[in-house]
Write a protein of this length. Structure first.
Length: 278
């Protein structure tokens, strides 16, 4: 059951109680005002909630993503989840900042993976494990991502995004998250192509997260690492929190967290006090 549905049910229950009270002539008791933190979520598919369904639109926004879980808190008012699948850091700046203003008090962002063209990496490298002829495409895709990290281009892109968010919401606490390891790390074995792929994916994830962390430090934003929260729950584990349906290799949910994974994101943000009062 998604959190939006839960909130609607609570609203209906409250309205029913109020109607009953009026019917029997009870005096209305004013509810205690709660000063909720005005919160806007930005980013890519990992912020939208892709992988956890059900989806609200073609951005793959889900009721089970971490921002919707936060909205169940009495302290948080989720103004909007503006995140959308496939977006880069520049896309966030160009398309997701419109609702930010001086009244915004909290912004979370998960973005940067699409700057590395991670979709191309997983498509080409998965093909290469079945068909060696696809190896050059896999190598080219991973080399591009590694170059964006090593040149600090990715870190610079994230810095530019955070600065744009801060300019649009000057009074907000800005929190950027990292990404999990999709597979639990394993020792590389030259005789096992899958272990080599996992090792390469692990190295790229470390570079991606390191770039986001460096950008957060440079801009005064807060960085939340989620890798430890997913430990033991990669695709290659007994209880994965990341989707991979081999019977549907082109499923858009593949390589995205499931509902348990978004709960892990929410728990990581909570531990970092991202959702606590400013």
């Amino acid at each position: 059951m998604g959190s939006l549905k839960l909130r609607r049910r609570r609203t209906s229950l409250a309205a029913g109680i109020a109607t009953l009270a009026m019917a029997v002539g009870l005096a209305a008791v004013p509810a205690q005002a709660v000063d909720k933190t005005k919160y806007i979520a930005l980013g890519d598919s990992y912020a939208a909630g892709q992988g956890a369904g059900p989806y609200l639109d073609d951005c793959y926004r889900s009721e089970n993503t971490y921002s919707e879980l936060a909205a169940e808190s009495k302290a948080i008012k989720l103004v909007t989840n503006a995140a959308c699948s496939g977006k880069t850091t520049q896309d966030v700046v160009n398309t997701q900042l419109r609702k930010l203003n001086k009244s915004t008090e909290l912004v979370t962002i998960t973005a940067g993976g699409n700057n590395l063209r991670v979709g191309a990496i997983f498509t080409s490298c998965a093909a290469a494990m079945v068909n060696p002829a696809a190896g050059p495409q896999c190598e080219a895709a991973t080399a591009y991502a590694a170059g964006e990290i090593a040149s600090k281009k990715l870190a610079g892109d994230v810095v530019a995004m955070i600065r744009s968010v801060k300019a649009a919401a000057p009074n907000a606490k800005v929190v950027v998250t990292g990404y999990p390891y999709l597979y639990d790390p394993v020792a590389p074995d030259q005789k096992d192509p899958m272990s080599l792929f996992i090792n390469k994916a692990t190295q790229l994830a470390d570079g991606l997260n390191g770039s986001i962390a460096a950008a957060a430090w440079a801009t005064g934003a807060e960085y939340v690492d989620v890798r430890a929260a997913f430990a033991g729950h990669g695709i290659n584990s007994a209880a994965p929190w990341v989707n991979l349906d081999l019977s549907a290799p082109t499923s858009p949910d593949n390589f995205h967290p499931n509902a348990k994974g978004y709960e892990a994101y929410f728990a990581s943000l909570n531990r970092a006090k991202a959702y606590s009062a400013r």
